[in-house]
Each structure stands twice: as structure tokens, then as C-alpha cells.
Design a protein around this ligand. Sequence first.
Ligand code: SF4
Length: 75
Amino acid sequence: MSYRVSVDPEVCISSGRCVADAPDLFRFDADEIAEPVPGAPQPADERALDLARACPSGALLVHDADTGEEVDVFG
Ligand code: SF4
């Protein structure tokens, strides 16, 4: 399985958690909303799940790269 992580900018509350935990993957945009670092590789699946679970607002979304379906990170 291969996961893809994205940020829902409407849900991000700028906590900075993902930026602090994974500066290789996420940064703040000009409005201090998290966004993927351009060109960054996708994290390993377990790291993707850990990052999504740690986001306090649920703004980090994980999708199955093959099916496109959203993964329930707490499931
Ligand atoms: S952890 Fe979630 S709420 Fe915090 S900056 Fe990242 S996406 Fe936004």
C-alpha cells in the first residue's frame, strides 16, 4: 500500500505540529497554513499515519495512492 498526505487548508489551524515534526515534508505558506514542501517525497506509510494522527485539527489527510480513497487514520 502506498499513501499520499495532503493538507486541507480550510481545516489547518496553524498549530505548527507537522512543520515542527516533519520540516522535510511540510512548511507554512504566507498565511501560516501548512502546505507540502514542493518536491518532497511522500513519507513512509507509518510516518504518514503518525503525522495525520498528531494533527490537532484533522487537517492532514491520508489517501490511498492507488484507489484515491481517504484512509481512516484512527481506524
Ligand atoms: S499539524 Fe495540522 S493544524 Fe497543525 S500546522 Fe500541520 S496541518 Fe495545520
